[in-house]
Design a protein around this ligand. Structure first.
Ligand code: HEC
Ligand code: HEC
Length: 334
């Protein structure tokens, strides 16, 4: 099905409360039949003010130790919010350990990151790039006062935090920053690919049938072509396992790491999120498929399969102005 550009953005409606105050609320855009709105934490509802704040923060390099790195440097809209690199170095020069995943429809993921790191909400996950040490990415200390100096010194941010968190007395800490980032990321909604619109070419339609027949859809299942689960698919060397990377729990001393399992990635926009697989070591989609699903390919017409995967690209999403770098001018004038 086709969603208009304006519908994708979501609507900020003004709702009069019983007391006569006017309170901005949030409505999900029209979603395809059968897709329910994602579940969101009870303590972090959607609001237009939080979306605007989260968007500004997502693109702001002030959220890194040396002012050189924003979320958006690794998660680039035109690449489906991936980055085109195998792995991405952090601000202290630490080599990245895993490939940057795309973020389309991340609001619907029930498990986050390539491994079973115990990160189930976007609020929890956002702490990892900002303050994680294995590897250091943005390199911030886990220190609310430091964060408040870095962000809260800006009068525009002070107004935006006050609008987004009206009860919090203008507090600027990691709780508010992660809440706003999560709310913005929940608006990264992508249902406009040729596959969604029922507009597959004959070749891609043949590929779609083979994707099911070959069993790809056993793991790449559902609306977003992922079961959100981890599987052992033979893509890691045992020595590679580092359970403590990116916010995971370290293994007790002396315990041998098991062969690593990886979460089935969503295949939305997969044509633009390469290089592929958890380590970014597959330079083509075909090599990524052969590396983890070779035995399934005996009867598969590869050009048709690749045409289907290409039809998962949502150009409206990659160009959605509501998800792009926001204008430098403050959205809340003095
Ligand atoms: C240095 C590059 C880098 C930066 C900066 C970065 N990320 Fe990421 N991001 C990654 C990598 C790599 C992963 C995968 C980690 C893993 O799987 O263990 C990831 C994973 C994620 C995921 C999980 C997606 C999924 O489907 O599982 C989300 C959400 C996310 N990042 C949001 C953010 C936010 C918000 C910020 C800014 C606060 C941010 N990232 C900054 C590299 C980065
Ligand atoms: C047993 C579950 C399973 C099956 C079956 C399966 N995959 Fe995957 N797929 C995965 C996992 C897990 C990964 C990530 C592996 C990694 O990163 O090491 C993956 C990764 C991919 C990627 C790379 C995506 C990216 O963003 O890097 C593509 C493309 C892909 N699969 C397509 C297919 C196709 C096509 C088939 C059928 C021929 C298939 N898969 C069968 C689980 C599966």
């Amino acid at each position: 099905m086709r969603l208009g550009g304006a519908a994708i953005i979501g609507a900020a409606a003004l709702l009069a409360t019983g007391l006569g105050a006017v309170r901005p609320t949030w409505r999900w855009p029209a979603l395809p039949a059968g897709v329910a709105a994602p579940s969101i934490p009870a303590d972090n509802g959607m609001s237009a003010a939080k979306v605007a704040l989260g968007r500004r923060l997502f693109y702001d390099r002030a959220l890194s130790a040396d002012g050189s790195m924003a979320c958006a440097d690794c998660h680039q809209q035109e690449k489906g919010f991936a980055d085109g690199l195998s792995t991405h170095r952090g601000v202290m020069g630490d080599m990245g350990v895993r490939n940057v995943p795309g973020l389309a429809n991340v609001a619907w993921r029930s498990g986050l990151t390539w491994t079973e790191a115990g990160l189930s909400t976007l609020e929890q996950q956002a702490m990892v790039p900002m303050t994680g040490t294995k590897p250091v990415e943005m390199g911030l200390a886990q220190d609310d006062a430091g964060l408040a100096r870095r962000i809260g010194a800006d009068p525009c941010y002070r107004r935006m935090f006050a609008a987004a968190f009206p009860g919090a007395q203008g507090g600027v800490g990691f709780a508010e920053v992660t809440a706003a980032l999560a709310v913005f990321q929940r608006t990264m909604i992508s249902f406009g690919s040729a596959h969604d619109r029922g507009a597959l070419s004959p070749l891609a339609a043949r590929g779609a049938a083979q994707f099911k027949a070959a069993g790809c859809a056993d793991c790449h299942s559902g609306t977003d072509l992922t079961d959100s689960k981890t599987h052992y698919v033979g893509t890691s060397a045992p020595r590679e396992a580092d359970s403590a990377a990116y916010g995971g729990k370290p293994l007790p001393p002396g315990v041998e790491p098991p062969p690593e399992q990886f979460r089935t990635p969503s295949l939305r926009n997969v044509a633009v999120t390469g290089p592929w697989l958890h380590d970014g070591q597959s330079p083509t989609i075909e090599s990524a498929i052969r590396r983890h699903a070779a035995p399934m390919l005996a009867d598969v017409d590869m050009p048709a399969l690749l045409a289907f995967l290409d039809a998962l690209t949502d150009h409206d999403f990659l160009n959605n102005a509501a998800l792009a770098r926001p204008p430098a001018t403050c959205p809340i004038p003095t």
